[in-house]
Design a protein around this ligand. Structure first.
Ligand code: PMP
Length: 362
């Protein structure tokens, strides 16, 4: 439809849905480009699909040794010991568990605003207060202001880098100095869900600080560049005592799915696939940026698999128009203005996005 090349797996998925589930809700079936949740449009690497299928086919028992194998691989990659690593069903689970342990008695959380709200919302739901700190004019974390916001009641500082929903990054040298200083007072949680989309991820990761013994908790996920969002697997790297403080309160001994663990093990070896996803992502970013810039919109430079820019019409109306055109995006209110956050899909999905955007915003 709409002249879009029919190469997207999602287009096929939606017609398969219609065939198999005639009662499937039309609003959902009509979504041809799901660009609202920063998922990898290419899904997991073929080797991951194979590992998962084999895992299910060959007995599908409890996976006793598998978690240890994955943890050992991650430990080697991150330069820490296995005791520094905790797996979870998605990094969300680990964000929430950390929040639960740190804020069960209240206190406050310091973070940027806007930022990713999962950990902050969990803290708030436990009675903690949120001390939001505006980003700088170039959308980096305002580290000086964040440091000043930390007080004796601060039970955690949350830094999302690259930041969601802005897609922007904070200078790694400055961030490192901030983490060293602040982690002497309270743990610093650095959410690196989108790290792999950076040109040189290793220059930006704060994981080295964990190896140096700092009270820093780094979160990573297999949901983004690895294309495994639905498989739910992620990890945190932190001081062993920090991880023990979490497991002693909220242990989920059998919480992980062995197929997801085996998928993650396979995915870690798929460097070529990951590099291809990164390259296709940046091609799509360049394309969308060119198109919206030509239409007179100004996007925040993105280091991630999504892009955000202020729109020039009412947010709800815009969102409805985009959904009616088959494109799922998200609208954020930043500084009392509506912004469109669009995930990078396949190139044909991005063409549909641009085409629909044009027709909605005329
Ligand atoms: N952190 C950030 C910044 C995210 O954007 C997301 C996903 N939207 C997550 C964590 C959670 O991802 P998952 O639970 O799938 O690992």
């Amino acid at each position: 439809s709409k002249g879009v090349k029919n190469s997207s797996p999602l287009l096929n998925a939606s017609s398969i849905m219609k065939e198999n589930f005639p009662n499937f809700k039309m609003e959902e079936a009509r979504i041809m480009a799901r660009l609202s949740a920063n998922e990898n449009p290419y899904g997991p690497a073929p080797a991951v699909v194979k590992a998962i299928s084999q895992s299910v086919a060959l007995g599908n028992r409890y996976g006793h040794g598998d978690a240890a194998t994955l943890i050992a691989m991650i430990a080697e990659k991150e330069g820490v010991t296995p005791e520094h690593i905790m797996l979870g069903p998605g990094s969300s689970d680990l964000l929430e568990k950390t929040a639960f342990v740190r804020f069960k008695d209240g206190g406050n959380i310091v973070s940027a605003d806007p930022s990713y709200m999962s950990l902050i919302n969990t803290a708030k739901s436990l009675g903690a207060s949120w001390k939001p700190v505006k980003l700088t004019t170039d959308y980096a974390h305002d580290l000086d202001a964040m440091e000043k916001a930390v007080d004796s009641e601060t039970n955690l500082v949350y830094v999302c880098n690259p930041n969601n929903p802005t897609g922007s990054i904070t200078d790694p040298v400055k961030l490192k100095a901030f983490c060293v200083k602040v982690s002497a007072k309270t743990p610093v949680f650095v959410d690196e869900a989108y790290l792999e989309f950076l040109d040189k991820p290793e220059n930006h990761s704060m994981v080295g600080l964990v190896a140096e013994g700092k009270d820093v908790i780094v979160a990573r996920t297999f949901s983004k560049v690895h294309g495994m969002a639905g498989l739910r697997i992620g990890y945190i790297v932190a001081q062993p005592e920090r991880l023990k403080s979490i497991t002693s309160l909220v242990r989920s001994t059998m919480g992980l799915c062995v197929t997801s663990i085996r998928g993650a093990i396979a995915s870690m070896k798929e460097e070529r696939f990951l590099a291809d996803c990164r390259n296709l992502n940046s091609e799509c970013r360049d394309y969308v940026l060119g198109e919206i810039t030509a239409l007179g919109y100004e996007s925040i430079p993105s280091s991630t698999s999504f892009m955000i820019f202020p729109i020039k019409m009412e947010g709800q109306k815009f969102m409805k128009g985009m959904y009616d055109g088959g494109v799922a995006i998200r609208v954020f209110n930043i500084d009392d203005k509506p912004w469109c956050r669009v995930s990078m899909g396949t190139m044909s999905e991005m063409e549909l996005f641009v085409q629909t955007f044009k027709s909605v915003t005329v």
